[in-house]
Design a protein around this ligand. Structure first.
Ligand code: ADP
Ligand code: MG
Length: 298
């Protein structure tokens, strides 16, 4: 019976941060990332969770870190709770399958976005200016169309911390140094190429995705979550119809419900009915099966 974990409270550990989905604790010099079952839509965390979503996202990230480890080193120390330090053992039941111990890195303050298809904010920018992040594109492209070449479209968090703002390569260079900008761009493009070819074999289009990198004394690492449905736009190949917005692989039922319920998109966000939760969980599980080729979460 899957259970839903919405929030962790570990009184003997030092809380580092709570994100929309993950709770993060400081473990000595390292970090413990715990993916809860929280789900967000329209920039709000909803009142209802999706059972096992945090486990699914954790397993998907771990799968990609492993597949990509010869391309780029990553921040994972271990996700095996038997290897966790003694201070974490009291919380084993909550940590199992949904956590990873990672090297704490100094994060580059740039979201490294790669887009193979024209969707979301890139489509908006293209309609307004004919270009995306300072890169001029051919005229006449349709919404969701495959781009001639994947595009690197870095972004930063805006001052309000809510929305990302697209920036040019030049601006990225000013923020983190031109050499780092080129390194992160090249890594991001290589990872996208590798990952989108894998996804395609499984009937999934990886429309776009976001990476976060950090550095330690030993060099640059791929950090955060990677290539999960929360950080990426996956589409089912058999449902792909360019010329308009695509069905969201994982969140469509949630979005449809929220629109139907006429929620004004202000807090508090509403509860989701059980059938929306169940159908959404099925989509997350399908993403897990397709990406990892595995049938069991455990
Ligand atoms: N290895 C790491 N070292 C330091 N910070 C990290 C590392 N991996 C991820 N982070 C940071 O942890 C945070 C994760 O937050 P997250 O749960 O994604 O919430 P949100 O996306 O809502 O801010 C992000 O700020 C990310 O940059
Ligand atoms: Mg995040």
């Amino acid at each position: 019976m899957p259970e839903t974990l919405l929030k962790t409270e570990f009184p003997t550990l030092k809380l580092h941060a709570r994100g929309k989905v993950r709770d993060i604790y400081e473990i000595g010099d390292d970090l413990l990332l715990i993916a809860t079952d929280r789900i967000s839509a329209f920039d709000h965390v909803l009142a209802t969770g999706i059972p096992d979503k945090g486990k699914i996202l954790t397993k998907i990230s771990l799968f990609w870190f492993e597949l990509l480890k010869d391309v780029v080193p990553n921040h994972v120390i271990t996700a095996d709770i038997d290897q966790y330090p003694a201070s974490l053992q009291p919380y084993r039941a909550h940590l199992r399958h949904r956590s990873m111990l990672v090297q704490r890195a100094e994060m580059f303050p740039v979201e490294c976005v790669v887009r193979g298809y024209l969707a979301g904010s890139a489509w908006k920018e293209y309609q307004a200016s004919g270009s995306v992040c300072g890169v001029a594109l051919l005229p006449g492209l349709a919404e969701s169309e495959k781009l001639p070449e994947p595009l690197f479209t870095p972004a930063t968090k805006s001052a309000d911390g809510e929305h990302d703002v697209n920036i040019s390569m030049e601006e990225m260079g000013r923020r983190i140094g031109p050499e780092n900008a080129v390194l992160l761009r090249d890594l991001s493009m290589t990872i996208y190429d590798r990952a989108s070819r894998h996804a395609r074999k499984q009937g999934l289009i990886l429309a776009d995705t976001k990476f976060e990198f950090g550095r330690t004394a030993h060099g640059v690492l791929l950090a955060d979550e990677v290539l999960t449905p929360d950080s990426s736009r996956y589409w089912l190949e058999r449902e792909f119809h360019p010329g308009g917005p695509q069905i969201s692989f994982d969140k469509q039922f949630v979005r449809d419900y929220l629109i139907e319920s006429r929620w004004n998109k202000q807090a508090p966000a509403p509860e989701l009915p059980p059938e929306v939760v169940a159908r959404t969980q099925e989509k997350y599980l399908e993403a897990f099966h397709r990406i990892t080729g595995r049938t069991s979460l455990h």
